[in-house]
Design a protein around this ligand. Structure first.
Ligand code: IMP
Length: 432
């Protein structure tokens, strides 16, 4: 039995989807614990591309239970759409393969309106209503899955909060109001469609742990978008680090055996906020073009830069990462020299840890080490030994500097374009 958490170590979009998809072969359950349809996984299976925003990618495998935990915020329109698309493509979506936490919060139409009207580009949210839904959860004015599957309870909850939402939208944000009755009807309808999947997912996970099953907890976004430890306020509204898995699923930390951090071989970010190694030059453009660096959710071009060890050390500590998976290493092929930031220099000193003070970042200059690049394409290489020497040096440099070993190296978007050094499900847990 193994409980494995997979988290992003940068600003999201590290390629978690592909690694989770690979690890799912050995998992019995795949569970999402935070975020919502701000995330997006692009999966390529048998040349067919599937983009999932809410349903765990484990659904593309046979006989796995996919869980959407209580820490996730759910837009039922999107979830039902994904279920339909998956069924059309021939995947089995039933209560045996998908369980939704009754405690997860629902993204309501007013959350999306508020997100759009309020984010005028500073944070650059995905506009999916994620932040406003989490705000309501903490404010204790949220609507949960359990509410929309009980129409009387839902009516009471909506009656309590509606007027305030309406006046905030029309009088403060000065945008068009919404119609309570049609929202009520629509959400009751969607609630009844989702009802078969609704469960106390914490009980399901606990039972699976006791039955010695392999469980994979799939994080969304990345450590530097964490609400507490990211580059606040340029963050998402949930805990993206490994600790978030326990809260968002409803199990204790002693149940977790290992944490795998996904590191893209360079750095990207979408939306506003600090990105110390950002490249606003032809190398940045090359990374974007070769890496297909456009958001899976919004299509926005991602900001690109060199690998940042300051950011990675921070994430490895915050999530107690045992092994890393290095993704998109193939995108670096053909670059003469590869730069890696080891620290930041301010006007007064050298900084080795991520500063909490956001105002400092524009004045920081990365301190770079340089390694030689490699010319060859590596996307058809399947064994570590066959990688070009300079590529191996880049990997071992990352391992030494970060104090963790690479378990997986991804050299292309397809399932088989992967070098597995050690399957994380075979790594002994901390207790053994
Ligand atoms: P929100 O999560 O939509 O509230 O957006 C907050 C910030 O997190 C914005 O900068 C988004 O671009 C960023 N963000 C949210 N989800 C993702 C993701 O899956 N990948 C990368 N960035 C994300």
């Amino acid at each position: 039995m193994s409980c494995l958490i997979v988290v992003g170590t940068q600003w999201g979009d590290e390629g978690k989807g592909k690694i989770v998809d690979l690890l799912t072969e050995r998992a019995d359950i795949v569970a999402r614990f935070q975020g919502g349809n701000n995330a997006g996984h692009t999966l390529v299976v048998n040349e067919e591309k599937t983009i999932l925003h809410l349903v765990p990618s484990g659904i593309l495998h046979k006989d796995k239970l996919c869980v959407i935990g209580s820490g996730v915020v759910i837009d039922p329109e999107i979830l039902l759409e994904e279920i339909e698309v998956l069924r059309e493509k021939g995947y089995s979506v039933s209560p045996d393969t998908l369980a939704i936490s009754e405690r997860a919060h629902i993204i309501m139409p007013y959350h999306k309106i508020i997100d759009h009207a309020r984010d005028t580009g500073r944070i650059g949210t995905t506009g999916r209503g994620i932040g406003p839904a989490y705000e309501d959860k903490v404010r204790r004015t949220g609507i949960r899955v359990i509410d929309i599957i009980n129409k009387d309870l839902f009516k009471k909850r909506l009656d309590i909060i509606f007027e305030e939402k309406q006046s905030y939208i029309t009088q403060i944000l000065k945008v068009k109001g919404i119609d309570k009755d049609s929202i009520y009807e629509r959400y009751v309808q969607m609630g009844s469609e989702l009802r078969p999947f609704v469960a106390d997912t914490s009980i399901a996970i606990d039972k699976a742990i006791k039955e010695n099953k392999n469980i994979l907890f799939e994080g969304a976004q990345g450590a530097h978008l964490d609400i507490d430890y990211g580059t606040y306020p340029f963050v998402t509204s949930s805990n993206t680090i490994s600790g978030g898995a326990c809260v968002g699923i409803g199990i204790g930390p002693t149940r977790i055996d290992n944490v795998i951090g996904i590191c893209k071989a360079y750095t990207t970010r979408v939306g506003g906020g600090p990105l110390p190694t950002e490249l606003n030059d032809e190398i940045g453009e090359r990374l974007r073009a070769f890496g297909g660096e456009y958001g899976a959710t919004t299509g926005r071009p991602r900001r690109c830069g060199w690998l940042d060890l300051v950011a990675l050390r921070h994430s490895i500590r915050l999530s107690s990462i045992a092994y890393i998976a290095i993704t998109k290493l193939d995108v670096l092929s053909g670059l003469k020299t590869l730069k890696i930031a080891t620290a930041y220099r301010s006007e007064v000193n050298v900084i080795r840890d991520m500063p909490a003070e956001i105002e400092i970042y524009p004045n920081l200059q990365p301190v770079y080490d340089e390694l030689p690049g490699w010319d060859e394409s590596i996307s058809s290489i399947r064994s570590y030994d066959d990688l070009p020497n300079n590529c191996k040096t880049y990997i071992s440099y990352m391992e030494e500097q970060l104090g963790v070993n690479a378990a997986i190296i991804s050299v292309g978007p397809k399932r088989d374009q992967t070098i597995i050094i050690k399957n994380p499900f075979d790594i002994p847990d901390r207790a053994s």
